[in-house]
Every structure is written in structure tokens, then in C-alpha cells.
Design a protein around this ligand. Structure first.
Ligand SMILES: Cc1cc2nc3c(=O)[nH]c(=O)nc-3n(C[C@H](O)[C@H](O)[C@H](O)COP(=O)(O)OP(=O)(O)OC[C@H]3O[C@@H](n4cnc5c(N)ncnc54)[C@H](O)[C@@H]3O)c2cc1C
Length: 623
């Protein structure tokens, strides 16, 4: 057995062996059914003439206002800390605490960490160290292993480096288990495991002006120094719980969906699931296949769009085998279609390069004002939502249940979901929707959930209550120049970054896919790609100049943050609902959007060609 930490005699660098063994392989029902019934895979016709008129607008407003202030979430502390335990890996591999120095330290080993390593090592940066809270790679796909988990962006575009890996996903929407395995294979192939400290949570990252280094402290007693720190800690990694009176009293089994407890045998049990967001929409159909009775507690319905899951065809495999560059070209095409529903339901022929465009841009007799354009967008958005609502009526037999399952907000305002088995599940005699609109579940007792005086006794209670969006704790523990934390800066000045990647006063620090970081389409790994390329470009630029330190100037940062704010305000009518994307309706404009507007690339290219936003210290300023 190799030591957890050893020195590579050739490079003199430390090599790690800290990947934890698997804790459990009891997974049942991975869930990616391909349905034969065409009717379940279609949206009803777009209603002719349906417009977002005053009456419908009032309905949307009432739906939103009724939910304002209803969300009460809590961190997993005290009695609930156990919900954060890593249930997927054996205990951490023992190792010595590290107090040495590396050139680049990266927080996180999801797709962010993996893609960064691929790009950095290709560019010749090898003194790179990763710290990861979990026992293995995968990030999102390590932590989320609920039955039915799959990507929502087609896997041929979502999974990065498919050709370099020589891999073709088995399904159009690969299961999360396949994606996790893919991440593990990436780590093996690119030598990532040697560089990663698993079961290591970064607790503090502090800039030391005297040495021009970051000091990184972890829960394993490490106190490492690094010239550069890259936060690739994800934006949906910190699970949250709804705060419900009496929840600590429940005597049955309970867990959060992002720590699925496969040691609990759910077969034949009475199970309750709280929350009906993207996770529950994927998990409910699988739960319905095995449990005795299922109660789904809903505050706000999701929009349930068509999934149309299918296996990768032999023809596709054969074509791609003879088409070098197919995956990169497909990802590039996917990134071009950024408009709401089209992006996700992207036409296969377009993505395969068989047709040149998805649809022709509409021509109007005269140039429309921004308000008129927004109204046009709202009208077509409304018609899509009418189809989504009509689909509920077409599938769900009980009219009361169907009525409760219909969402009234603009498409894409809450995270859109896609499934062909979710709505039919509510026709099963043992599956019950408990409509807790608009305020949510009010009470939990020893036996189960109580709502409006009715008790629902449960064997198992599952919290599908989501994540703190952009709330990853790493942002809160970074102390920059002058002893100021990133959290303090953003709380007093509002979220301020340049390109989402730098923040003034935090030199040699990069944030990947954080607030205001655009660059991608709906495909998250595309943004990670763009950010990784940017980081490598900056490190190479510094290497060429011999620069030790880079920071951004305040003015370009202010201007960029203002741009994110303006874009957010201009497009606000299309996101007029209560959602985690907008901090349950409380977030300041521009503060949470990871996309930050469509001009991210323009800002990036300008910065890279002029170098104007940056302050470099050391080296030759003329290079
Ligand atoms: C259920 C689910 C489904 C999704 N489906 C899609 C999809 O279909 N398409 C899409 O584009 N996106 C999807 N996403 C978004 C998804 O998060 C991204 O696509 C992508 O996986 C993010 O990769 P990442 O490396 O940036 O972050 P993550 O995958 O979140 O990885 C970050 C890692 O950082 C670690 N970490 C955090 N803080 C610390 C710390 N202090 N110390 C040490 N380690 C730390 C975490 O443990 C985690 O492993 C989905 C997200 C979820 C939750």
C-alpha cells in the first residue's frame, strides 16, 4: 500500500494517495427509463393567440406574492449536522498535516477541478494541489446519488473532453452514476489523483502581503502556502434545509437528497419527500417504483418539460467514430443556443451539424423598443408555459392534483425540469401530492408531517430542499488585503468582481463559475471551460512577464459589476418569480447571476488584449 503522501524522486513534488474507498454499493434503481408511449413525450400544441394579457399577468403576480417570504431555510447545524456526513466513502485516509508550499492550490475536485488540471498540466503547470471535501472526484456527481439522477443538458454536450477520453455516453441524458464514473476515469487518465487531498475541507484562505502567498488552512490541520488559489468549489454544493417547526422531533429515518442513504431499504415503506424542485422531479418516479406509499409535499410546482430520453444510437456511434472534432463542434453549437427552452430542448439535427440554424430570427416591420421586445419574449414564454400547463391536464387524471401541479411564472424563472415519468406518477394509487401552497409544510412531529391539521405518518422523510445558490462557504473564508474578507466586501459594496474571476483586493485569487462569471451557455461545463482557459492564459501571461502578483483595478471592476446589474434589471421581467436564483426575491440585481449577461466574452477579449484592468507586480511591464 502506497503512503498517503510521498515525494516523487524525479520532480521533488509531493504525490498523494488519499482517494477514499467506496462505502456502499447498495444503489437500486439508477433510473433512466426510455418510454415507448409517444403521448408522454410530447407537449400539447402551442395555443394560438394566447397572450400574456392583464388577467394572466395578475395571476402570475398573485402566485408570486403569495409565496413572498415563505422560504425559511437553515444551515445544517446542531442536530442536523449529520445530514452533511459523507455517506459515500470509507473514513478519510490518515495522513500527516501539510505545512509546505505549492504554486497553485485549487479548492474542489468537480468538473471545475478536473478541467483546470487538464488545462494547467497541458500548459506545463505541474506544482498544483487540489483540496476536496469529499472522498473522490465528481463534485455535484459525487454528492448527488439519488435514484433517477441525470444531467438535464444533453450529455454529448455536457460531458467535457469526450474525444480525449474516447468515450460516448450511453444515453442522451446520462445518469449521474455514469457521469461520476466518467469523472473518475478522467482523474485516472490525466493523473489527477496524485495531486488531490481528499476528505480535506478548506476552512480559511488568507493573503500574506509580506510573502505574497496565500495561507490555506484545512480541517486536517494543514497550513499550506500557495502563490495562487483557485476556487472551483461549485455553486450548488452546500445543501440547505427548510426550517419547519418540530423537525427535530421526527423519530423515523431522514436524510437530504444530496447524501442519499442507501443503507435504508425503502421497499414497501411509507415515504415523504419535501420539495418539488429539479431533484425531486427526477427522484419521485424512481421512488414510486419501489416504496409502499409516497407523499410528495409541494409548495411551488416546477415546470415539467418533455425529457424524451433515448439511448445513443449505433448510427451516432459510427458517425462520431469517423468525425474527428465532433464533440467539440457539438459543444460549440450548443453554446450558441442560449435562449431558455431552445437551449435545453435543442434540436438534434442542429447539434449534429445537419442543419445550419435552429430557426430564423423574426423580422419586424420596424425596430421594436426594448419594452416591446421584452413583451414579445414574455408572450412566447407565456405560450410555452401554457403548453407545460396543458401537458399536466393531458396526463394527470385527478383534476385537483392537476391544478396544483400547474406553475404560474415565466419559463426558466425557476430552474426548468424535464421528465416523462414524473406527471404520470401522480396517477398511481400509492402516490399522493400534498399541496402545501403557498407557505409550505408547517409542522413535523415524532410520526411525520402535519399539514392543515392532517397528519401524514412516515417511515422515512426525505428533504429535497436544494442548495444554497452561490452560498458556498469558501467565499466566506477568504481574507484578502488589509484583513478584509470577501464576504465583508460583498456585503458592504454589493457583489463586485471582474469577469466573476477576480475581485479587487484579493490578488492571485481566481473564482471559477462564481457570481457574475459568465462565459457559458446553459451548459455549465462550457463556463468552466471558458474560465479554465482564462486562468491558464493569465498564469502564462504572468510567467512571460515574470510577474509575481496580479490584482484588478477598482474602476474596471466597478464598471463590470454595474454591467451585470444593468443586464439583470433589463431582463428582470423574464425572471419575475420567487426562486433560489434570485435569493428568494431578495437578491440585489446582478449579485447572484452566474451568467452576468451575454457580453462576458466581449469584456474578456478586451481585457486580454489591452491588459488595462490588471495591476501586475514584479517582472517586465513591457511584455
Ligand atoms: C443535481 C444537479 C444536477 C445538475 N445538472 C446539471 C446539468 O444537467 N447541466 C449543467 O450544466 N449543470 C448541471 N448542474 C450544475 C453542476 O453543479 C455543474 O454542471 C458542475 O458539475 C459544477 O462543477 P464544479 O466543479 O464547478 O462544482 P461542483 O461539482 O459542485 O464541485 C465543487 C467541489 O468543491 C468541493 N468543495 C466545496 N467547498 C469546499 C471546501 N471548502 N474545501 C474543499 N472542497 C470544497 C465540493 O465538495 C465539490 O466536490 C447540476 C447540479 C446539480 C446539483
Amino acid at each position: 500500500m502506497n503512503a498517503a503522501v510521498r515525494i516523487d524522486p524525479e520532480t521533488g513534488l509531493k504525490v498523494f494517495n488519499t482517494r477514499a474507498a467506496k462505502a456502499s454499493e447498495k444503489i437500486t434503481g439508477k433510473g433512466y427509463s426510455v418510454l415507448a408511449d409517444q403521448k408522454l413525450k410530447e407537449l400539447p400544441e402551442m395555443p394560438a393567440g394566447a397572450t400574456f394579457n392583464a388577467e394572466e399577468q395578475a395571476k402570475y403576480r398573485a402566485f408570486k406574492e403569495a409565496r413572498r417570504g415563505a422560504a425559511h431555510y437553515m444551515a445544517m447545524e446542531g442536530d442536523f449536522k449529520k445530514y452533511l456526513d459523507d455517506v459515500y466513502s470509507e473514513p478519510p485516509i490518515p495522513r500527516e498535516a501539510l505545512t509546505d508550499e505549492c504554486e497553485i492550490l485549487v479548492v474542489g475536485a468537480g468538473f471545475g477541478g478536473l478541467l483546470l488540471w487538464h488545462r494547467l498540466s497541458e500548459a506545463g503547470f505541474t506544482d498544483v494541489r487540489f483540496c476536496e471535501k469529499g472522498g473522490d472526484v465528481g463534485g455535484t456527481w459525487y454528492w448527488n446519488r439519488y435514484p433517477g439522477i441525470a444531467c438535464d443538458v444533453e450529455s454529448y454536450s455536457y460531458l467535457p473532453l469526450l474525444e480525449e477520453m474516447g468515450y460516448v455516453p450511453s444515453m442522451k441524458f446520462a445518469s449521474g452514476f455514469e457521469i461520476l464514473e466518467y469523472c473518475q476515469n478522467m482523474a485516472q487518465k490525466f493523473g489527477f489523483y496524485d495531486h488531490c487531498l481528499f476528505h480535506t475541507t478548506v476552512e480559511a484562505t488568507t493573503w500574506d502581503e509580506a510573502s505574497g502567498r496565500w495561507i490555506v488552512e484545512t480541517d486536517r490541520g494543514d497550513k499550506m502556502r500557495a502563490r495562487f488559489v483557485i476556487l472551483a468549489n461549485g455553486i450548488l454544493t452546500t445543501p440547505k434545509l427548510a426550517r419547519i417547526a418540530g423537525m427535530e422531533k421526527f423519530q423515523g429515518e431522514s436524510f437530504h437528497t444530496s447524501r442519499w442513504n442507501y443503507n435504508i431499504d425503502l421497499r414497501g415503506k411509507t415515504v415523504g419527500i419535501i420539495g418539488t424542485g429539479a431533484t425531486a422531479v427526477q427522484a419521485v418516479p424512481e421512488l414510486a417504483k419501489i416504496v409502499g406509499r409516497l407523499y410528495v409535499f409541494q409548495r411551488t410546482p416546477s415546470s415539467i418539460d418533455v425529457r424524451d430520453q433515448r439511448a445513443t444510437t449505433d448510427e451516432e456511434r459510427a458517425t462520431w467514430a469517423n468525425q474527428p472534432g465532433w464533440a467539440r463542434a457539438r459543444r460549440a453549437r450548443f453554446s450558441k443556443i442560449s435562449a431558455g427552452r431552445t437551449a435545453i430542448q435543442a434540436n438534434d439535427d442542429y447539434l449534429a451539424g445537419k442543419i445550419q440554424d435552429i430557426k430564423k430570427p423574426r423580422k419586424y416591420d420596424r425596430e421594436l423598443t426594448p419594452e416591446e421586445l421584452t413583451q414579445k419574449q414574455l408572450d412566447s414564454n407565456f405560450r410555452i408555459m401554457e403548453q407545460i400547463r396543458a401537458r399536466v391536464d393531458a396526463i394527470v387524471k385527478d383534476p385537483k392534483t392537476a391544478a396544483a401541479l400547474k406553475p404560474y411564472y415565466p419559463y426558466g424563472c425557476k430552474r426548468p425540469t424535464f421528465h416523462d415519468e414524473y406527471l404520470p406518477a401522480f396517477n398511481l394509487p400509492h402516490v399522493h401530492l400534498v399541496d402545501t401552497a403557498p407557505r409550505g409544510v408547517g409542522e413535523i412531529n415524532e410520526r411525520g408531517v402535519v399539514h392543515e391539521g392532517v397528519e401524514y405518518p412516515l417511515d422515512v422523510l426525505i428533504y429535497a430542499t436544494g442548495f444554497q445558490w452561490m452560498g458556498t462557504s469558501t467565499f466566506n473564508m477568504v481574507t484578502g488585503r488589509g484583513g478584509r474578507t470577501l464576504k465583508e466586501k460583498w456585503e458592504t459594496e454589493g457583489t463586485k468582481t471582474f469577469l466573476g474571476l477576480h475581485s479587487h483586493g484579493f490578488p492571485n485569487l481566481f473564482i471559477v463559475t462564481g457570481p457574475q462569471g459568465g462565459g457559458g451557455s446553459f451548459n455549465f461545463t462550457d463556463a468552466i471551460d471558458a474560465h479554465s482557459d482564462y486562468v491558464v492564459w493569465m498564469l502564462q501571461t504572468m510567467r512571460k512577464r515574470g510577474a509575481r502578483i496580479v490584482d484588478v483595478r477598482k474602476e474596471p471592476e466597478d464598471a463590470y459589476a454595474e454591467h451585470c446589474r444593468d443586464v439583470d434589471i433589463a431582463t428582470a421581467p423574464l425572471r419575475d418569480c420567487i426562486s433560489y436564483y434570485n435569493g428568494e426575491g431578495n437578491a440585489a440585481p446582478g449579485s447572484l447571476a452566474y451568467y452576468g449577461g451575454g457580453k462576458w466574452h466581449k469584456h474578456r477579449v478586451q481585457a486580454q488584449s489591452t491588459l488595462e484592468p490588471y495591476v501586475f507586480e514584479g517582472g517586465d511591464p513591457t511584455v
